[in-house]
Design a binder for this molecule. Structure first.
Ligand SMILES: [Mg+2]
Length: 283
């Protein structure tokens, strides 16, 4: 009987050691899979993401942008305005050119995911988000673009999403009701991130009535890779165009405004934090 008890105790101890060993290994493996190589300081992003997700003011700004777009679009049908154009231009089909991210689709859940997991932006995490096809439309975007399209304008979606992300993007845009979405109208990034060549290819056959975006590069290449100060200067120089041909959507989460603070450098997370803090203007 004693030997039997000893054997039972021994086998219990052995099985408990084996279970603990495998549980530890499996937890370590899971941890390794979930833990990103670089821990990002995304705390500064919390306010920007919450503003997009929780501020009714963001919603109001988005409606304001698309309401102004509609006013400008309608004004383009005014005969007095049309008379100012050359005849050839007058006969061209109208086009409304929109950026996609943070202009017509809301990617704040992707940003929130990065904050929660303390992860930096990476192409693979971004592509995985795009392929979920879950981005919701920016308030007012679907309605305005459907209206413009119903009045005969073509809608072009000019984005720096890449070729591998194109089908997911088309599916997402269609699923939430955007009009005129096709292989031909969704112009993704191929060789360069600058959008001028794509704008020109649209302008060759259409008259671009409006450009809409959350990044100055969505409007003109004069803003590209400029310093913080030069971006201000270019906006001052072109001020008449905002609310006229250029309609801006707010994006405090990311953009060239932030890259300009980093002087477009490939910086470490620590260096970025230092640049941000150094850029703050206090009294
Ligand atoms: Mg954008």
């Amino acid at each position: 009987m004693k030997i039997k008890n000893c054997l039972l105790t021994f086998s219990l101890i052995v099985s408990s050691i084996i279970t603990t060993y495998y549980a530890t290994i499996s937890t370590a493996q899971q941890g390794a899979a979930q833990q990103p190589a670089v821990v990002a300081d995304n705390e500064y992003q919390v306010g920007a993401v919450l503003f997009m997700q929780k501020a009714a003011e963001f919603r109001a700004l988005a409606y304001q942008a698309f309401n102004i777009a509609r006013m400008r679009f309608d004004a383009d049908f005014d005969k007095r305005n049309l008379k100012k154009l050359a005849k050839a231009e007058r006969q061209m089909i109208r086009a409304v050119v929109v950026d996609i991210d943070e202009t017509v689709l809301d990617n704040s859940p992707h940003q929130a995911e990065l904050i929660k997991n303390r992860m930096p932006f990476t192409g693979s995490i971004w592509t995985a988000w795009v392929n979920r096809r879950e981005a919701k439309p920016i308030p007012g975007a679907v309605e305005f673009l459907k209206y413009a399209n119903s009045k005969g304008a073509r809608v072009f979606y000019v984005s720096n999403r890449n070729e591998a992300e194109k089908q997911g993007t088309i599916d997402n845009l269609k699923a939430v009701g955007f009009p005129d979405v096709s292989d031909e109208t969704v112009l993704v990034r191929t060789t360069e991130s600058g959008k001028e060549a794509r704008r020109q290819s649209i302008a060759a056959k259409h008259r671009i009535v409006l450009l809409m975006g959350d990044n100055l590069n969505d409007f003109s290449n004069v803003f590209e890779r400029k310093s913080v100060g030069d971006r201000f200067a270019e906006v001052d120089r072109t001020r008449e165009l905002f609310g006229e041909k250029y309609i801006v959507l707010p994006n405090a989460m990311y953009g060239d405004w932030e890259s300009a603070i980093y002087e477009y450098g490939r910086l470490s997370e620590v260096e970025k934090t230092a640049k941000r803090n150094a850029a703050l203007e206090s009294y």
